[in-house]
Design a protein. Structure first.
Ligand code: AG3
Length: 278
């Protein structure tokens, strides 16, 4: 048996699977979990690969650590989405963090992740019970949360599904404006922005919308296991923060496998024709 995610133009990313662990139709989307032959568990939402257990760090590390290490002192962090808990787990690796709020719209993703996936090491359950002093987990709509919270976050991380369906609003100019308002005087915003080669138009749209709102916008790409790589990430800056420079001392406390802080400059690599379109 196999699971294949089909991208545009008939490009597929597939895994050999040994069994289907569960399938749930939630209020928002269809969630599937498989056991693969070589990569541990595979989480799929609406037919798209969210992560494989043995490889998820190749996504969560570049999503979380570059912005956290570029911010001089990230204390308050907001995560939108990320129901599997991988992003929150990485955020809490940073000792500077006093409070991390995660807002996930779909409680079923959290339930399945707690019950079967367990890449969070029990963090989601502790956060839901209010037993994790630095983390708060809210089941709710990130778009609404962003409108109503001007809490002056240092870092905002959007770990969403693709810019179609429920996540589409997370790539709009209006959402970026609310995010800009929710950041403090110095702030960094990061979002995953899709496959460089196969979602180039979505990447360009998101980049243009972010440029209208943030003081500066950076793009970078990273090879993610399980996605049609390279995968793109967009960083919006508010105020005086330089995303090209990171704190290497703080990086030493992290246990990293993929993102290489000592080679931070290599993140910014983008195929020439895409860079010229941006
Ligand atoms: N967030 C989903 C990234 C988008 C994947 N898209 C795709 N395969 N077409 C990942 C959730 C992990 N915390």
């Amino acid at each position: 048996m196999e699971f294949i995610e089909w991208y545009p133009k008939g490009y597929g990313v597939g895994f050999k699977v040994v069994s289907k662990i569960t399938e749930v139709e939630s209020e928002y989307q269809k969630i599937e979990l498989y056991e693969t032959e070589g990569f541990g568990k595979l989480l799929v939402i609406d037919g798209t690969v969210q992560l494989v257990e043995h490889g998820e760090r190749s996504y969560h590390e570049p999503l979380v650590h570059p912005v956290m290490l570029a911010h001089p002192n990230p204390k308050k962090v907001l995560v939108i989405g990320g129901g599997d808990g991988g992003t929150l787990r990485e955020v809490l690796e940073h000792k500077t963090v006093e409070k991390a709020v995660m807002v996930e719209i779909d409680e079923k993703v959290v339930e399945i992740s707690m019950k079967y996936l367990k890449i969070d090491g029990g963090l989601l359950e502790r956060a839901l019970k209010g037993e994790e002093p630095r983390a708060e987990l809210i089941i709710g709509d990130g778009v609404e949360y962003m409108k109503s919270h001007k809490d002056h976050f240092d870092v905002i991380i959007v770990d969403s599904t693709d810019p179609v369906g429920p996540a589409k609003l997370l790539f709009s100019e209006e959402f970026y404006r609310n995010a800009y308002e929710a950041l403090g005087e110095k702030g960094l915003y990061i979002t995953q922005a899709g496959s460089v080669y196969l979602f180039t138009d979505e990447l360009l749209d998101a980049y243009k919308n972010m440029k209208k709102v943030f003081d500066r916008v950076y793009y970078f790409s990273f090879p993610v296991i399980g996605y049609a790589s390279p995968w793109s990430f967009l960083v919006g800056v508010k105020g005086d923060v330089d995303f090209t420079k990171i704190d290497l001392d703080r990086a030493k406390d992290l246990n990293l496998q993929y993102y290489d802080p000592e080679r931070h400059e290599t993140l910014f690599q983008m195929p020439k024709y895409v860079r010229e379109l941006l």
